[in-house]
Ligand binder design. Structure first.
Ligand SMILES: NC(=O)c1ccc[n+]([C@@H]2O[C@H](COP(=O)([O-])OP(=O)(O)OC[C@H]3O[C@@H](n4cnc5c(N)ncnc54)[C@H](OP(=O)(O)O)[C@@H]3O)[C@@H](O)[C@H]2O)c1
Length: 190
């Protein structure tokens, strides 16, 4: 088995949305403290995984190896527009095969969204870093996971075997925090 560590990263509104009603991440969800936290995490990742609309768009982005999840390929292929990018269709090939194709056989993998991609890895996260902006509401926005808003993001992470750890404050004026949700080590019996 490859020695991967799989971490998820997202910032959500108080009502569990990662984008607004038009499917775009609004300025209201962007905070300098969260951006710094996210950038530092990606700078330490060996591979980044995301959907077509979730590129992080940072100065160091061209240096990063990435996998883009898409139905546009049958299995796995190079991205003709981006030399460090592998295109992967989860219904055509296992994730490990896409990592192998990307030249990554160990290390830390950052899953950065959006919802379809987060759902795909729900039972594989070692830690999911959930940032929350409690003063922002995005009615009719795009939910971070399937099952939101019927359930909160926290309830969904918990139902998939993750347990919350100590939160860190990222923006005092806006009450923005990030909480690590870590995989429980003991097997569940219920
Ligand atoms: N707040 C945050 O922290 C945060 C984080 C991440 C994203 N976002 C926002 O969320 C919004 C949505 O992003 P997104 O469109 O990248 O998210 P998404 O819903 O995860 O992306 C859809 C991606 O998954 C692929 N896909 C969907 N169903 C598939 C299937 N059955 N098999 C294979 N691939 C499948 C699509 O590929 P094809 O259509 O090419 O087949 C597309 O690349 C964006 O506005 C983004 O800015 C916000």
């Amino acid at each position: 088995m490859p020695a991967f560590r799989i971490d998820g990263y997202v910032i959500v509104s108080a009502d569990g949305m990662l984008a607004d009603a038009s499917g775009v991440m609004p300025e209201a969800l962007k905070f300098e403290g969260d951006k710094q936290f996210f950038t530092a995490a990606l700078d330490h990742a060996d591979l980044i995984v995301h959907g077509r609309h979730s590129h992080e768009g940072q100065p160091n982005s061209p240096q990063r190896k990435r996998i883009v999840v898409t139905r546009k390929v049958e299995r796995i292929a190079d991205d003709p527009t981006s030399p460090k990018t592998t295109l992967w269709n989860p219904s055509g090939a296992p994730f490990e095969a896409a990592c192998d194709y990307a030249g990554v056989d160990a290390g830390t993998i950052a899953i950065i969204g959006g919802p379809k991609v987060f759902d795909t890895f729900m039972d594989r996260y070692d830690t999911f870093w959930l940032s929350q902006a409690p003063k922002v509401r995005l009615p009719d926005g795009e939910p971070v996971f399937s099952g939101v808003p019927r359930h909160t993001p926290q309830e969904i992470l918990s139902s998939h075997g993750l347990k919350s750890g100590q939160s860190q404050l990222l923006d005092a004026n806006n009450g923005v925090i990030v909480t690590p949700w870590q995989r429980r080590q003991t097997s569940q019996t219920s």
